[in-house]
Design a protein. Structure first.
Length: 177
């Protein structure tokens, strides 16, 4: 299941997702980056699909955003306005920062987003409602900034997705409990 339609071909789907997500109480998001040659785009989309199937608390509203999606949102004036002007401000953001960083943080704060890439991990640093994962083929060099780090070479893609999603659900339930 591909949980993330291309934003350039389905902007209405994004607008509908954003309206639904912003009408709910703030939720949790996932940020996933890779320090090795792992295909996080297929992993991020699969995590969103897994959570849409198994996470009853979010009502099937998970969406993955890869680096291309995030750059598109930052580069499109209407999307920037929609995300940066209509959602609550992020008090934890230093000035000046890029629109890309601001958009990543807004999506992370909104919840229901799987944000992919190192830029997402860097921009989401300090967001308490984001579960942060790093895929590393060698020992992880920065463990205090991630909740989980995994060597993707030791897992099948399906196992990696299930481990990340199930660990996220456990983490979120402890925060909300």
């Amino acid at each position: 299941m591909n949980a993330t339609p291309d934003l350039t071909t389905n902007p209405r789907g994004f607008a509908e997702w954003l309206a639904e997500a912003s009408s709910q109480a703030p939720r949790h998001s996932i940020v996933i980056a890779s320090k090795c040659p792992a295909d996080i785009v297929t992993v991020g989309g699969a995590i969103a699909g897994y959570l849409n199937e198994f996470d009853d608390s979010e009502g099937g509203a998970w969406r993955a955003f890869d680096a291309t999606d995030l750059r598109h949102l930052a580069g499109d004036p209407e999307c920037r306005t929609l995300l940066l002007d209509s959602l609550p401000k992020d008090p934890g953001l230093p000035d000046p920062c890029s629109d890309l960083d601001r958009i990543i943080r807004r999506l992370g704060l909104l919840g229901g987003a799987v944000l992919e890439g190192q830029a997402s991990l860097d921009a989401a640093a300090g967001l308490r409602n984001t579960f942060q994962i790093c895929l590393c083929c060698t020992e992880h060099a920065d463990p205090e900034h991630c909740h989980m780090w995994l060597n993707p070479q030791r897992f099948s893609r399906e196992s990696l997705v299930a481990i990340i999603a199930d660990s996220f659900l456990d983490w979120a339930s402890r925060l909300d409990g």
